[in-house]
Design a binder for this molecule. Structure first.
Ligand code: 4AD
Ligand code: MG
Length: 465
């Protein structure tokens, strides 16, 4: 007798007739007048529960089985059989059922067997993983993270965990969460009456990172091919479906690589990934497709069949201005809004699009200045339904140009002296990008709000738990 998971049974890994134990939670109970009950059980390994049959000759049938409601936890010992029902291939006939935990006040249990709205589920974040919806998302999220890491490992990229606590504003966004142990009610002051951060834990102002890129570059300039993957923090008060205050980002950095080469790499990586997702997450994607009534498989196959469109920012601005859809003229130097992105994706039949060579004034200081001195070697990848999923660039590898750029932006040369050193000691051309993990998941799953794609979303005014 062995303990098996629901997915092992569904994947034909258990022999018919075998005596098995399963642990899990009740998804539904239906009683037959003929003296038995159907109990659907799931253990979180699959989006489909396994049907179990409890006959009334079980010693605790009347005492326990007839009291089971959605969410009760149980251990079942039983034999596996082929089911005569149309909905499922297998069923378990129960020999013994042990109730581990009943549900108090079942009528008030927030996760019933009916379909819940995502808004309702966000109000019970600690219980929402009990739904098939969040279960499917969690398994897909796990697979994608594993597939990305193994893809990069096979391609000989070295994983470099970059610091979460940092004193630098990598993106120059000024939207960082402070990390401090100072007493807010009794702040130490210097002679000028300013807060004396020398007395703080790290001896200077410190924050949660907005990007590991700059520290990652130090390793790219020695190990050549590196990446970091971890939580990233932004104190942006943007209340949209694609912004989180804490999100996960894959950042990759490679030496001796040009802008066009890094763009091609990101396209190859995503195609490989989506291929693997289609093969390995079939059931979960199918479940989400049925739930959302959107054609996810069609979309992902379309993604695989088409080369990304690659256009310069200047050309995109011309297309937007030509469209007459937007009342105001869109000037060179405008940061594209989500409406602009939507229009452009639609214009190109929803084929993924890479926009390159943005004006320097809307991009970060580290991007390589182009010969026109107006634009930088940047790129953004836009995907339909989500917008920007990847942002990257070739990095400025010339000491003088980088120094000038830092000065122009009013940034401290002293704070970035270590970063300038990389251009002083054996500088190399190098490029990289950052990919928002929840936004990628949003594209793959068709779940439109990133708050449903991370287990515990953090947004303005929400840090529950
Ligand atoms: O475009 P961003 O700001 O680029 C960087 O941070 C670079 N340092 C990356 C690099 O070149 N190493 O962010 C990269 C991606 C975006 O394209 C987006 O997908 C995601 O991170 N992102 C967010 N995702 C969720 N919530 C937010 N608030 C996000 N901000 C950015
Ligand atoms: Mg960006």
């Amino acid at each position: 007798m062995s303990i098996v998971s629901v997915i092992e049974i569904q994947n034909d890994k258990v022999k018919i007739g075998e005596l098995i134990t399963i642990n899990g939670w009740i998804r539904s109970r239906r009683d037959s007048k003929l003296g038995f009950s159907f109990i659907d059980v799931n253990d979180g390994s699959s989006c489909n529960p396994i049907q179990c049959i409890a006959y009334n000759n079980l010693k605790n049938y009347y005492k326990d089985v007839l009291k089971l409601t959605v969410g009760c936890s149980i251990t079942i010992l039983g034999n596996l059989f082929l089911s005569s029902g149309k909905k499922q291939k297998y069923e378990i006939v129960i020999n013994n059922i042990n109730i581990l935990g009943f549900v108090d006040n079942p009528e008030r249990y927030p996760i019933s067997s009916k379909n819940h709205t995502v808004e309702h589920l966000r109000n019970v974040v600690h219980l929402r993983s009990r739904t098939n919806f969040i279960g499917s998302i969690s398994r897909i999220r796990d697979f994608i993270s594993y597939a990305l890491k193994s893809f990069l490992y096979k391609k000989k990229y070295v994983w470099v965990p970059t610091p979460i606590i940092t004193s630098i504003d990598s993106e120059g966004l000024g939207k960082m969460f402070r990390v401090s142990t100072l007493d807010f009610y009794n702040l130490p002051k210097d002679n000028d009456g300013k807060i004396d951060f020398r007395k703080d834990f790290f001896g200077k102002e410190s924050f949660l990172t907005v990007s590991g890129q700059l520290t990652l570059e130090t390793y790219a300039c020695s190990l050549s091919k590196v990446y970091t993957f971890g939580p990233t923090f932004r104190a942006e008060n943007s209340n949209t479906s694609r912004h989180l205050s804490e999100f996960w980002m894959l950042e990759l950095e490679e030496s001796f690589l040009s802008l066009d080469e890094i763009i091609q790499f990101s396209e190859n990586m995503l195609k490989k990934l989506i291929n693997l997702v289609l093969k390995n997450c079939y059931q979960d994607i199918k479940f989400l497709e049925l739930k959302s009534k959107n054609k996810i498989f069609c979309k992902l196959n379309f993604f695989l069949e088409n080369d990304f469109i690659k256009k310069d920012y200047a050309e995109i601005i011309d297309i937007l201005n030509f469209s007459k859809k937007f009342k105001e003229k869109i000037n060179f130097g405008t940061d594209l809004s989500s409406e602009h992105e939507k229009y452009i994706l639609n214009y190109y039949s929803n084929i993924p699009i890479v926009i390159k060579n943005h004006p320097k004034k809307i991009k970060a200081f580290y991007m390589k200045l182009n010969d026109d001195k107006k634009t930088v070697s940047s790129f953004d990848l836009l995907l339909p339904g989500v917008g920007e999923v990847i942002g990257g660039s070739e990095r400025e590898d010339k000491f003088d140009k980088l120094e000038t750029r830092l000065k122009e932006m009013g940034m401290s040369l002293q704070d970035y002296s270590w970063y300038l050193d990389l251009r002083k000691y054996g500088t190399v051309p190098h490029s990289g990008f950052g990919m928002g993990f929840e936004r990628l998941l949003s594209y793959i799953t068709n779940v439109t709000n990133v708050r449903d794609l991370i287990p515990f979303p953090r947004t303005a005014k929400n840090s529950l738990f």
